[in-house]
Design a protein around this ligand. Structure first.
Ligand code: SAH
Ligand code: SF4
Length: 384
């Protein structure tokens, strides 16, 4: 018979950092403790940034010792930190088992948006995304996801100094497809919105998906976070090429599922953010803007245009400022609310899609699209 006795060093301690309120309460009840201990410990971890049970002064000595043998509060390790001249801060975060993910904080007036990763790599292989080119390595645990919020706040000494809210918004737009790491992402988003943790309003926590329709339908049953969908094309032919999951769940199914998601929310004023990464000569033509306006004419949304962020060997190019303005104008004239994402943290490779690692295939996709359509390259390269 195998022995069940392990030395205290080899016992796997449970990491309390990623536990939602319900999980933390169950944990303390299992220990024979009162439910309110969950509230006390969550406040120490997420409001005060305390990881050492000895410092949790409103817990009795016996409980502190019990926790120290059974549990731990372990944020992910920061491999390196990079500060951009525009105030953007990026962390490379070391994930147990060897991988690296990125977390980026983008300050903007009195807001600051944290872009959080959900997986190491991604299996969905969108043609213009450097994360997709790395393939999938593994899901992050709930502790590794919420740990990115924890370490961003810690990095500004904001837990101790009471400097106010360093993180006002969170977007699940870093590495990975959040709906393919469903349970951990939902637990972490619960903590982002829970007053015992970060207390961010549900309108300011946004999940971005490339369109995993069955998981999106499940999300509407368990979450009230805001929703962004990565569309990037006005028709299935082009989207099949850019976002391969479209072959399983085409545009009509994705839009119907996104609509069900916002219809299920108690807050009736919700809209979906439609993300559209603009790539020169691929999906940035005025005719495509008109097609997009037609596609979305009855869909409750605002549109966020993201000029493509280049990375080595992507094969795509960022459109000129003129091309972006023309595309924007068509949508505005059609009555949409349209924002253009300004590139932030360019000098530290912190912009969307410029994530860890270099890609080796050289496909010249922008050029191939132009050749296919016979568009004059000079026209596309006029600067603003
Ligand atoms: N997997 C999710 C969330 C992470 S990607 C999703 O696809 O929605 C976050 C956003 O960045 C997506 O809209 C994605 O399409 C976009 N993106 C990826 N690579 C990019 C690049 N190189 N330039 C601009 N946007 C990019
Ligand atoms: Fe994955 Fe999103 Fe990148 Fe597509 S765009 S490969 S879904 S991270």
């Amino acid at each position: 018979m195998a022995t069940l006795i392990a030395s205290s060093d080899s016992v796997q301690r449970v990491n309390l950092l990623g536990m939602s309120r319900a999980q933390m309460e169950a944990f303390f009840l299992d220990l024979g403790e009162k439910r309110f201990r969950a509230e006390q410990v969550m406040k120490w971890i997420h409001h005060q940034g305390v990881c050492d049970f000895e410092q949790m002064s409103n817990l009795g000595k016996g409980l502190r010792q019990k926790l120290a043998t059974l549990a731990e509060v372990r944020p992910p390790e920061v491999e390196s930190q990079h500060d951009s001249s525009d105030g953007t801060r990026k962390w490379l975060v070391r994930i147990g088992g060897g991988g690296l993910v990125e977390t980026v904080l983008i300050p903007d007036g009195n807001r600051a948006t944290l872009c959080v990763s959900s997986q190491v790599g991604c299996s969905l292989d969108c043609s213009f995304c450097s994360t997709g080119k790395q393939g999938f390595q593994r899901d992050l645990s709930a502790a590794e996801i919420i740990g990115q919020v924890w370490l961003a706040i810690d990095s500004y000494d904001a837990f101790q100094s009471g400097k106010g809210r360093v993180v006002t918004n969170v977007v699940m737009m870093g590495m990975g497809e959040p709906l393919l790491n469903f349970d951990n992402v939902v637990s972490a988003m619960d903590l982002m919105m829970d007053d015992l943790a970060y207390g961010i309003s549900k309108r300011r926590v946004t999940l971005s998906t490339s369109g995993v329709v069955p998981a999106l339908d499940r999300l509407s049953e368990v979450s009230e976070a805001s929703l962004a969908i990565s569309l990037h094309a006005p028709n299935d032919t082009l989207r099949n090429e850019l976002v391969p999951i479209n072959r399983r769940y085409p545009i009509a199914e994705l839009l119907a599922s996104a609509r069900r998601y916002i219809d299920a929310q108690s807050d009736t004023k919700r809209v979906v953010t439609v993300e559209y990464t603009l790539m020169a000569g691929v999906n940035d033509q005025p005719a495509q803007a008109r097609e997009l306006a037609e596609l979305l004419k009855d869909f409750p949304c605002k549109i966020n245009l993201i000029p493509f962020n280049p990375f080595p060997n992507s094969g795509y190019e960022r459109p000129s400022g003129n091309a972006v303005s023309r595309f924007w104008q068509v949508l505005v004239d059609a009555g949409f609310i349209v924002t253009v994402r300004t590139t932030r943290g360019d000098d530290i490779d912190a912009a969307c899609g410029q994530l860890v690692g270099e890609v080796v295939d050289r496909t010249r996709r922008s050029a191939r699209h132009r050749e296919r359509r016979g568009v004059d390259q000079a026209v596309l390269e006029v600067s603003p």
